[in-house]
Unconditional design. Sequence first.
Length: 598
Amino acid sequence: MRHLKGVSKRVRKIWWSVVWTVLGLAALSAVGIWIDRSRDTDLADASDSVSASLRHVIPDDAPRVRFLDVAAASGIDFFHGRGVRSRILPEDTGSGVAWGDVDGDGDPDLYCVNIPADPERPSDADSNRLYRNDGGRFVDITDAAGVGDAGGFGMSASFADIDGDGDQDLYVTNWGPNRLFRNRGDGTFDEVGAAAGVDDPSWSAGVAWGDVDRDGDLDLYVCNYLDYDLSVGAVPTEMETTWEEIPFALNPNSFDSPPNRFYRNRGDGTFEEVAAELGVDNSEGRSLAATFCDLDGDGWLDLYVNNDVSANALFRNRSGEASTLAFIDLSAMTGTADPRGSMGLSVADVGGRDEPDGLPDLFITHWVAQENAFYQSFRTSAGHIEYRDRTRRYRLGEISTDTVGWGCAFVDFDLDGRFDLAVANGSTLELADDPGRLKPEPLFLLWNRGEQFVDLSPNAGPVAASKHVARGLAAADYDGDGDVDLAITVNRGALLLLRNDTASAGRSLTVELSAPDALRFGARVCVRREAAVPQTRFAGCDVSYLSMHERNLVFGLGADGGAWEVEVQWADGRMSRAEGKGSGRVVVTAEAPTRATR
């Protein structure tokens, strides 16, 4: 370091900081690679590994779950990240996929987010794509709709009716300015991000939607990940030579975190940013996902934020006790301040060995060697909510030790009335023989056996059993046959559209919530049947990773179907009910919420 003499003390501190960051990353990566190689069951005797045994021993009573990739056959030709990988974090982190009915015909359409092959010269060939669903066949309508965002470096996408006119608008986050495409209702969109005040130029990731203040308008929370600037803190030349296989540009610890944004809807097409004012900017967290969900059952939408290499955050909405919108940070008190690298986030009342309590449980995907997490909610004797780590109890931890988890969803593969779990995996570690490529990993299709989850992906078809560098995952019954299918983004690969071809005796009930989005997002939907465990989902709260599931909710009814009752508690606390018999679809309707006066 003789060349450091003669420079200022501040510059020397900066360079030494970079040196220690690179050394730390080298050590962390070495541990991850060692664990990854030592646990590779393709190279070792699986009998020596408890995790391998848990993954590959499929019980005799397991259903024959099958998924078939029909993307190309259905008209989807999307390919993520053409070009040469340049080993920077934004390209390895993205991207997501979203389902939304943009034309109002009842079929979920598909929006796929992309990154440019050359960030310096983006082109239409690398843009995001919108595919219209015509009865299970897809047509690319991106150019006609005007939603390609050819200049963007895409991360996430979500659909929501932000202006209350009854059609689905589209919000896209980027490494760079975010976009808001307002649906004109005629098959075309206007980009109004700057005019609406939601075009944050930070590196944004996942988002959450909900009428948090109950004023009748849909509010927006945006996760910002890193202050990512490659021109700051360049590594000295000899360090680049020594550690050239581990560039600091791939380490999130090398960068500070920008504050998140909470955009409060003014009701006139514009938003007011109030995150710091309300204490929910989470400025110390490197945020990737968030959900607005009534976590404590008091009727007000709370906020949970997933952070990478920084503690997760739970903000309770105290508006029911205060005279104005207010939050309190209960992360540590509730046991949810998880400091690991958190990416994907799914929400449902899983129940399992314990009777479902109607409150949301949290599933979170993590980086290699950190295990995924499953936090089950409990109400204490004092009436407070706490979360208990049930990951190992349900065998969701060991199986994920050697994988990097991203998108996820609680769905019922076999329609037996229990929530199963789909997880998209894909490493951020480079292949030893080709640093230009990332290591692919198998998907998880985790069947809920009642007391534990069992991975059925090895027997679920050739694509499900294969390895991918997967990222975003979004669930939908895109073909209307009553079971749930999966769309999965593959980093620098072709999109997977996994059609559920499971031969199941189970029947299903699809619940359509016919209500303004200000009521629908965060609504608690419970399906009850005689002699069956109640099933509870929370509309729009299962946010996956950079993605959005279909708005309709599919519930498994088992083999008999039978009579059922659907109870919906809307986001403003009002209740609606419907009842019927057998499988099919039910529409539960609510009137528009009354605009608050305070």
